[in-house]
Design a protein around this ligand. Structure first.
Ligand code: NAP
Length: 166
């Protein structure tokens, strides 16, 4: 069987690292799109890293070309003062979906959140709802995951609560 190329956003981060590892274990070639190309690569160079290139759509398309599946974990966790806002993450993610379509990616697996709603007063949840709708309307084949919380060794929220309650 030919080795498939799978693209995972943020493979040097939290959930992306586990997705990338599982794909590698299944024998797939993995590439990541990341804001952190210079962060230490836990895959020893076996995962090729490309910047997101949100400002250069043609480059973004090229970094997705040939991919069977795009796993999208990209998001901005909190609203920061300047560039890192939920609204920016929404616009950037739409660019990512457009690029995936232009690149001929066969399927997008998109990580959303539990109970997304465009009516939510919380931008995290309204932004996630906008992105689900954008993906549904894109014509791409997709799967949307809606976790409440993702737990692992690196998780801050659950581990901190567990430590404090001991
Ligand atoms: N963690 C949870 O408990 C939880 C619960 C429900 C839903 N989710 C969803 O699951 C997805 C993955 O979550 P995660 O915790 O695994 O995320 P993460 O590893 O912290 O980040 C995922 C991606 O978003 C980028 N990113 C994160 N914060 C950013 C910022 N301030 N500015 C610019 N880029 C930023 C990361 O950049 P780099 O490429 O530089 O690493 C990475 O590409 C997200 O869409 C999140 O909404 C998470």
């Amino acid at each position: 069987m030919d080795q498939q190329l799978h693209v995972v956003t943020g493979a040097f981060g939290y959930s992306g690292k586990y997705i990338a590892k599982q794909l590698q274990d299944e024998g797939h070639r993995v590439r990541t799109l990341t804001n952190s190309v210079n962060r230490s690569n836990p895959f020893g160079g076996q995962v090729e890293a490309h910047p997101f290139n949100f400002d250069n759509p043609n480059r973004l398309v090229e970094s997705l070309r040939g991919a069977t599946v795009l796993y999208n974990t990209y998001w901005v966790r909190f609203n920061y003062k300047r560039d890192f806002q939920h609204s920016a993450a929404v616009e950037n993610t739409k660019k990512l979906f457009d690029a995936a379509k232009r690149a001929g990616v066969e399927r997008v697996v998109h990580v959303s959140i539990t109970n997304p709603s465009e009516d939510s007063p919380l931008e995290y949840f309204s932004g996630k709802a906008k992105l689900e709708n954008a993906l549904i309307e894109s014509g791409l084949s997709f799967a949307i995951l809606r976790p409440t919380v993702i737990f692992g060794d690196e998780d801050v929220l659950i581990n901190k609560n567990a430590t404090q309650s001991c």
